[in-house]
Unconditional design. Structure first.
Length: 329
């Protein structure tokens, strides 16, 4: 009984600690309860209606949230259109060239604007849409405190240098995440998003065909898996169109398949394989694989809440964009 009470008290402290941390940054659950009380329901209803018919879009929307937060914080700078050849935005960056879902966010924004013009930020819409889309396909729920405001600056070079790439080794990954206030545990958990979605062959074909520039294969990747990929999927080295499931067999299901594949040396990206090269991250992967799925879902949710607070703009910072793709004039 005493142990149960202690555990309950601890959870209450964790919840209030999270809420207190969020409010300290100007974010809070139900931020729009007064200014636009139907906002979150409008977003949720729209996502439920459309993601059921297009479940493959859940992964790109989650990836969009991640890519947005890693450049100038979670401020919807990823949505801004380039204005000229000399003013390319994050959208034009290499990590975002295969990203989908921009039109979906525009449609969600239009639905919210029809109810409450100029009130709900595009940054909050990205965060809420990602959470709700994952929920539609059976993934975990996490709290999304709101109150983010939209950024005014977006450029290609920052997207190219600040978003972790598929060829990163562990040291580069750790540094990239640390720069955003995230630790090794966050790195492992957020990488778990690769349990859903697909990748183009071009993101990892070097591991199959020319790892060191000598026409060789990556020795850290399972040779049987390489043979299958070369035979059935990425049949030529310069394939830029074929897509491959990140978690074969369950790429639309939030499960432990991604981590199990890593331990079998079957992660697609070098950055996936890198997670097993560090003792702390590998131990966490083993722990997740040997624990009930619920542990991963709960811890992933906490990591997502933490990521969603990276360098947020609140109060009088930034603006509330009328059109997510264009800074207000």
């Amino acid at each position: 009984m005493e142990k149960a009470m202690t555990s309950k008290c601890f959870m209450i402290l964790v919840v209030f600690g999270v809420l207190g941390y969020a409010k300290a940054q100007g974010l809070e659950l139900g931020f729009y309860d007064t200014s636009c009380p139907k906002a979150e329901k409008i977003i949720s209803d729209f996502v439920k209606e459309h993601i059921r018919n297009a479940p493959s879009l859940a992964s790109p929307l989650l990836r969009m949230h991640f890519h947005d937060c890693f450049v100038r914080g979670c401020d919807a700078s990823i949505l801004i259109n380039s204005t000229s050849a000399n003013n390319n935005t994050e959208k034009a960056g290499n990590p975002n060239k295969t990203l989908r879902g921009f039109d979906f966010i525009d449609r969600v924004k239009a639905a919210v604007e029809a109810e409450c013009p100029g009130v709900v930020s595009c940054a909050d819409i990205i965060a809420l849409t990602a959470r709700d889309a994952v929920g539609v396909i059976g993934g975990p729920f996490w709290n999304v405190p709101t109150g983010r405001r939209d950024g005014l600056i977006s450029n290609t070079s920052e997207a190219n240098t600040q978003i972790p790439g598929p060829t990163f080794n562990f040291s580069s990954l750790q540094t990239s995440f640390a720069n955003k206030g995230l630790n090794v545990t966050d790195l492992v958990l957020l990488s778990g998003a690769h349990t859903i979605g697909v990748s183009h062959c071009s993101s990892f074909s070097k591991r199959l065909y020319n790892f060191t520039g000598k026409g060789d294969e990556d020795p850290s990747m399972d040779s049987f898996y390489i043979a299958n990929l070369k035979k059935l999927k990425c049949t030529v080295a310069n394939d830029t169109t074929t897509i491959v499931e990140m978690d074969p067999g369950s790429f639309r299901t939030f499960d432990l398949g991604y981590y199990k594949n890593l331990l079998k040396r079957r992660g697609l990206f070098q950055s996936d394989a890198a997670l097993t090269t560090n003792s702390a991250s590998k131990n966490l992967i083993v722990s997740l694989v040997n624990s009930p799925l619920e542990k991963f879902l709960q811890e992933f949710s906490l990591a997502m809440e933490k990521m969603g607070r990276i360098q947020v703009k609140t109060g009088s910072s930034g603006e509330i964009r009328k059109n997510c793709a264009v800074v207000n004039s």
